[in-house]
Write a protein that binds this ligand. Sequence first.
Ligand code: GRF
Length: 200
Amino acid sequence: KRVGILISGRGSNMVSLAQAAQAPDFPAEIALVLSNVPGAGGLERAREFGIATATVDHRAFNKDREAFERAMDEVLRVNQIEFVVLAGFMRIMTSWFVRRWEGRMINIHPSLLPLFKGTHTHRQALEAGMTEHGCSVHFVVPELDAGPVIAQAKVPVLPGDDEESLATRVLAQEHTLYPRALAEVASGRVALVDGVIARR
Ligand code: GRF
């Protein structure tokens, strides 16, 4: 499967996926890294792997979200992308894009969904007094952070944790969880069928 990874920043999850995809038996090829932010750090990291990169600057579409998404979609089509992976992609997608890619687009969210949707998830977990936290890989559906969950990884919340220490612990889990989850979906072992997770 030709996979396109969408990023907005440093791309640490993209790097983990690119490393995993170098294994000869990995069921997906990272064929493109696309950023909505020109000069995002992850673009240089992708080039180091020899992965094609592209930038579609959302600011160039003066708030017309769908026009921005159509431009991204054209780049994905030109690169014959079959599956989209959101990795630190910080734009909310409209249902136009999500419907086109439903069942072929996944995201990683730094919480144990359905807990703590949205942003500042580590702060939310600390403020809620959680003793455990983690990350979730899910299919993307029009409702934000609400898609069926493919896989999760848990970490303890330790006394003295602050947002940074907790985020660091969660991110380390993301880097092992995401490649495993992508392999499950790209191999067809896991799929989204009629809105629910189907496992073979
Ligand atoms: C991280 O907070 C991660 O939890 C979330 O997006 C942010 C940046 O990730 N997925 P990355 O380093 O750009 O992959």
